[in-house]
Write a protein that binds this ligand. Structure first.
Ligand SMILES: [Ca+2]
Ligand SMILES: [Ca+2]
Ligand SMILES: [Ca+2]
Ligand SMILES: [Ca+2]
Length: 440
């Protein structure tokens, strides 16, 4: 077995045991899946919906499984009031530009733990080559499916000064087929970067929660909506929907809904050092929130991390902790004082992403982290329970395995892993091409 495949399998096993692997997520409006009938046969998928894996079926939330998938992802909770979903009620979101509802960050307020940190990127991310499958091998200069995938940071979650490089490895796959061999979530890939073209060929997972318990669905559900300012890489399109201002909020605000309710402000942009350039000038695009006292707001003792998307005004501003220019791939946290910019907690280069700071940005600029979660699995004990295999994988990397994995991955990368076959058209193998119906 190839070392990098062994590593990926070990990492997936570390999450593949127990109910904690259940996933809920959202996709962005630019991909091909919005407009499809959902895999639960409940309704039509939108970019504001909270989705899950369509098998084994309702009620969900379900865990990623190896593809191919004959149907699209299932709607767990719909975006609009009374929208169809396995959990009834909807988030009460009203559409922005073009009738689009775009939810771009998600948390149930129970993101705890210090060990396992997972994230996703968009279709322009190139990554810094490490141990495939990773952002670099799956990204815009590789197999072009990284935007639908989830990756795991290869060190315990903790702050790191800008400049440090650790890396990542793929954890879950968009379509669950193809070279990585990892379980998937019934999204469509690959999707090469396309500037100013909609829909994109592939989906972009733009929010996820990796340990969603059925009880979480009752709420509170924390999320952010899309700001109005354009994506600099999508100049000729309606690149962003302004769902946030259409609902009366900034794209940089963290909101909260109970299923069946309407969005309310939970964590204002200003508390996070965002929108210093004016209302709606920043857009929060990834969220980790733990609210142990249940206040539904940020209070001392809570855990809060976030990221901003490309085009946000705060990008390039010196962060308030390390004094380094903020980038769209950084994991940020609240400022060290009121009125100051956010603090960089984990710089994008530590995650194996390309940054301007380290001169590793790709042809489309610095990589954008656009979804993340901190897992509830307890710190691993070697030989016992979930996470133990992660320790084994780390040990593999820490020893001579690291150099061997790198050599092997470069070799495998050069020879090409192939593409995902007919997935672009049917989410599955050609023998089971029952394509879901696109509506509208
Ligand atoms: Ca979305
Ligand atoms: Ca993504
Ligand atoms: Ca947002
Ligand atoms: Ca970001």
């Amino acid at each position: 077995m190839r070392p990098q495949l062994l590593l990926a399998m070990l990492l997936s096993l570390s999450l593949g045991t127990g109910a904690s692997a259940q996933i809920t997520f959202s996709i962005d409006f630019q991909g091909p899946t919005p407009g499809f009938a959902d895999g639960f046969a409940l309704g039509v998928i939108t970019a504001g919906d909270i989705l899950t894996v369509p098998v084994p079926g309702v009620p969900g939330p379900n865990a990623p499984v190896v593809g191919p998938f004959a149907v699209a992802s299932g709607i767990e909770i719909g975006a609009a009031a009374l929208a169809p979903g396995a959990y009834p009620g909807g988030l009460g979101i009203v559409p922005g530009a073009g009738g689009v509802m775009e939810l771009d960050a998600l948390s149930y307020g129970k993101d705890t733990g210090v060990f396992q940190f997972a994230f996703s990127v968009d279709e322009f991310a190139v990554g810094v080559p490490g141990a495939a499958p990773d952002v670099a091998s799956e990204g815009a200069l590789g197999l072009t499916g990284a935007s639908a995938d989830i990756f795991m940071y290869m060190a315990p979650f903790g702050t790191m000064p800008p400049g440090a490089a650790v890396g990542n490895v793929a954890l879950f796959d968009g379509n669950g087929i193809g070279p990585s061999g990892l379980p998937g979530v019934a999204l469509i890939e690959p999707g090469a970067p396309t500037i100013g073209v909609i829909p994109d060929a592939g989906d972009n997972m733009d929010a996820f929660d990796l340990n969603t318990a059925p009880a979480d669905l009752a709420g509170p559900i924390y999320f952010s909506l899309d700001g109005l300012f354009p994506d600099p890489l999508e100049p000729a399109t309606i690149a962003n929907t302004g769902t946030a201002p259409a609902n009366g909020f900034s794209g940089a605000d963290v909101l909260v809904s109970m299923a069946g309710g309407v969005p309310a402000l939970a964590i204002p942009a200003a508390l996070m050092g965002l929108d210093l350039g004016g209302f709606g000038s920043d857009d929060l695009d990834a969220l980790i929130f733990n609210d142990p006292d249940g206040s539904m707001s940020y209070t001392p003792g809570d855990t809060l991390y976030f990221s901003v998307r490309r085009g946000s005004a705060i990008i390039g501003t010196m962060d308030s902790f390390y004094g380094a220019p903020i980038e769209e791939g950084d994991v940020l946290t609240i400022p060290i004082g009121p009125g100051l910019p956010p603090a960089i907690f984990l710089p994008a280069e530590a995650l194996g992403l390309g940054t301007a700071r380290t001169f590793t940005a790709g042809p489309w600029g610095p990589d954008d982290l656009n979804a993340m979660d901190l897992l509830i699995e307890p710190p691993p004990v070697p030989g016992a329970g979930p996470g133990a295999s992660f320790v084994l994988a780390m040990a593999l990397l820490a020893t001579g395995g690291a150099a061997f994995v790198r050599r092997s991955s470069q070799k495998g990368f050069a020879s090409g892993g192939g593409t995902d076959g007919c997935s672009r058209l049917c989410r599955g193998a050609q023998s089971s091409c029952s394509h879901p119906t696109r509506i509208g």
